[in-house]
Design a protein around this ligand. Sequence first.
Ligand SMILES: C[S@@+](CC[C@H](N)C(=O)[O-])C[C@H]1O[C@@H](n2cnc3c(N)ncnc32)[C@H](O)[C@@H]1O
Length: 204
Amino acid sequence: MLLNRFERALMNNPVRAAVQRGFEAHRMEQLGGALPGPRVLEMGCGRGVGIDILLDRFGAQSVDAFDLDPEMVLMARRRQAGRSRRVRVWTGDATAIDAADDSYDAVFDFGIIHHIPDWRSALREVHRVLRPGGRFYAEEVLVAFIEHPVARRLFDHPTSERFDRQQFAAAVEVAGFSLVGSRAMGAWFAWFVAEKRDVSSEEV
Ligand SMILES: C[S@@+](CC[C@H](N)C(=O)[O-])C[C@H]1O[C@@H](n2cnc3c(N)ncnc32)[C@H](O)[C@@H]1O
C-alpha cells in the first residue's frame, strides 16, 4: 500500500534519516550482529537512506533494493547514482520479489511489512530469496500503533489482520526461519532478526 502525503513527508526528511541511521540500524546490529555475507536486499527502500546504511555501516558489498512506489524508486536511484556498480534499484512488490531463490545473504525491512495487506506472503518471499543461513533484519510497526485513533486519522495502513510482536515472531517461524532475537519499544514498534533454517543440515 502506498504512503499517504503525511507519511511520505514523515519519511522523506533529514530527521527520519537520522533516526534510521542512529537508532534503528543500531538496534538491528545489536540483535543480529554483522552481515552473514556480502549480498543484501532491501525491501521498501523509500528514498534510499537504508541503502547508504547497508553499504556504509553494515559493510554490504552490493545492495539490491525495490519499492512499490515509482517516485521513491526515482529518489533512491538519484541518491545512489554515484554507486551504480554496487546498487540496483527497481519498482517491485515484496509479495512477488523479482529475484531468484537463495540469492541473498541478508534481507532488510525498515518498516514496510505493516503496509502490506497479505504480509505473510512477503515473509514467504523473503524466505525464498535468502540462502540457507541467511538473515532477515526487520523493524516493524505493530497493531497497537496502527489501531490507535490518532494514527488511524494520520496514516493509511491496511487494518485487517495486523500483528503484535508475538504474532509477527510466530509468522516468521512458520515461514521457515529461526528467530535470533527480537526487541520491542512499548507496544508500538519492534525489531526482529531471524535466520533461514538450513534444512539440508538438519538430522532426519
Ligand atoms: C514507512 S515507509 C519506509 C520507507 C523506508 N524503508 C524508510 O525506512 O524510510 C514504507 C515503504 O514501503 C513501501 N511499500 C509499501 N508496500 C510495499 C510492497 N508491497 N512492496 C514494496 N514496497 C512497499 C512504500 O512505498 C514505502 O516507501
